[in-house]
Design a protein. Structure first.
Length: 89
């Protein structure tokens, strides 16, 4: 009987706090993942003959292959500032 009482006392103290005594999480800094959501909009399509003629005018698949081999333009937003990692003596 004493052993059962000790076991119940341990379980009672392991209970989580009630929701009324818990403080709500801080709302500062929260940003919804859906904040910039834009619903799907169907693109205007064109006839296949017109699309094929457009590709032929710009040079066909070779133009796309040449474009893919061009080096990407450097992104200036991600470049570190000059001397950013240097420490002055």
């Amino acid at each position: 009987m004493a052993l059962a009482t000790l076991m119940c006392t341990g379980l009672a103290s392991a209970q989580p706090a009630s929701p009324a005594t818990m403080s709500p999480p801080a709302a500062s800094g929260f940003r919804s993942a859906l904040e910039g959501y834009q619903p799907y909009t169907e693109e205007k399509t064109q006839a296949w003959k017109e699309a094929n003629d457009t590709v032929g005018r710009i040079g066909g698949w070779r133009a796309y292959a040449k474009e893919a081999q061009q080096p990407a333009a450097p992104d200036t937003a991600t470049k570190p500032a000059p001397n950013a990692g240097q420490v002055k003596p």
